[in-house]
Design a protein around this ligand. Structure first.
Ligand SMILES: [Zn+2]
Length: 442
């Protein structure tokens, strides 16, 4: 081996180490920007390349630590001034591995942190975004916005299925579903409107067709707390009978949510007051998503609870086709934001039920049962800002236990039996176990 070959080999050897090192030249922090808003603070780190990062939180004092792999900092942190109420300062600290860069965000309180990289979009290059959310604050702001009108009515949107050129199912004796649903819907609306603190909105009030997407839209425009769609079932054979209650399936809910997310201009509509809050930090898709998830979660839970309550009451007046709430992809149940249930009041294709559904007294019974189910739900969990919620906060409530009577409870809470009955719309002295009573202030 000559000296020359030795040099050559060494050169090649060195070169082969240098190439990967050059290709992965250290990332560089060019600047840091801070965007505060009342409930959030966004910290943006501008970098030369896509950042490789990890992060974790520390408490006492609250800190968020961000490690950037193989990164150098050329931004002068002393230049960073801001008036965020969540962030005290950004500083660097000793990184765990050589060549890495560690930022420490000193925080004023525990926050929810989301850290993600954004690809270049003019005028910005690669970014690492750190979103700090004051959860307490954002929740109250959203709540305040959504319930700006204090002591409002609980609004129930009632949707009479089909209508106009769409008759719905047709019974063997020739009855149209659209007429049955309109009649029950109007009866239900009357019951709702006669209840103090509640009001009804009908998606149609006559024999005309309303598009499927316009039905939940109306519910949304009237800021409804619940959408109840009234239908009558049908099958190819006359045997099936009984009522069932349907809710939006989780899969459909997710699909619908995805569909809504695509149409970003609809976010504000969907989020109500919440949209205005997140507008100041545009493009915050994740926050929109989080808020939507929250409201979807709430609306699915509510839908399920209401449907169970309605089934419980319907059981008193009719046979049930399905004893549990059914989850489905039904066209009218497309609002991930509004609790929605669909009631199949019976099978119009079953001769006996068709007869019943044509009987006004029977329809009234169905309407009353549906109403009781709805009412009980909202008595137990009145939405924030409603008259019922303020009643509830003023009054105590009591869940009736085994062995308790009205007179016993009246004595215990130091109220009169007539007052107790009045506060709960009771016609008799009978109470059942599990019943929730409002205890009026004595
Ligand atoms: Zn129908």
């Amino acid at each position: 081996m000559s000296v020359r070959t030795l040099l050559n080999t060494t050169g090649l050897f060195l070169f082969s180490i240098l190439v990967p090192m050059l290709a992965q030249a250290a990332n560089m922090v060019d600047s840091i920007r801070v965007w505060p808003s009342p409930a959030n603070t966004r910290v943006v780190i501008d970098l030369k390349q896509t950042p490789k990062f990890t992060y974790f939180s520390l408490s006492n004092p609250q800190r968020l630590v961000i490690d950037l792999a193989d990164t150098k900092n050329r931004y002068q942190l002393s230049k960073l001034s801001h008036d965020s109420n969540l962030l005290r300062k950004v500083r660097t600290s000793q990184a765990k591995s050589k060549g890495d860069l560690r930022f420490v965000l000193d925080l004023t309180k525990a926050v929810k942190a989301q850290v993600f990289a954004l690809p270049p979009t003019a005028p910005y290059g690669n970014r690492l975004v750190i979103d700090l959310t004051d959860l307490e604050r954002s929740n109250t702001v959203v709540k305040d916005q959504l319930s700006a009108k204090r002591n409002r009515d609980i609004v129930i949107a009632i949707d009479a299925g089909h209508g106009g050129e769409d008759p719905g199912s047709i019974g063997r004796a020739g009855s149209y579903e659209k007429n049955v649903t309109l009649s029950i819907s109007k009866m239900l609306a009357n019951l709702v409107n006669n209840e103090p603190g509640m009001s009804a909105v009908l998606t149609r009030s006559g024999d005309y067709y309303v598009g499927l997407s316009r039905r939940p839209e109306r519910a949304r425009k009237s800021k409804s707390d619940l959408l109840v769609s009234i239908h009558a079932d049908a099958f190819t054979t006359p045997q099936p009978s009984g009522a069932s209650v349907w809710v939006l399936s989780m899969n459909r809910a997710n699909t619908e949510l995805g569909r809504w997310m695509e149409k970003s201009e609809r976010h504000s509509e969907l989020l109500g007051g919440a949209a205005e809050i997140i507008q100041d930090t545009a493009n915050e898709r994740y926050l929109t998503q989080a808020l939507l998830d929250m409201s979807m979660d709430h609306s699915l839970t509510t839908s399920y609870q209401v449907s169970r309550g309605i089934l419980k009451e319907l059981r008193q007046v009719t046979k049930l086709h399905k004893k549990r709430p059914q989850a489905a992809s039904l066209a009218v149940l497309t609002s991930p934001d509004i609790p929605s249930v669909l009631v199949e009041t019976g099978f119009i294709s079953n001769p006996r039920e068709e007869k019943n559904l044509n009987w006004s007294k029977y329809r009234k019974r169905l309407a009353k049962a549906i109403f009781r189910g709805i009412k009980k739900h909202f008595q137990e969990t009145p939405p924030d800002g409603t008259l019922w919620a303020s009643w509830r906060s003023q009054n105590r409530t009591h869940r009736v236990q085994s062995g308790e009577s009205l007179s016993l409870l009246a004595k215990r809470y130091n109220v009169s039996v007539p007052n107790l009955k009045k506060a709960n719309n009771l016609k008799s002295d009978l109470v059942r176990i599990g019943q929730i009573l409002t205890i009026p202030s004595s």
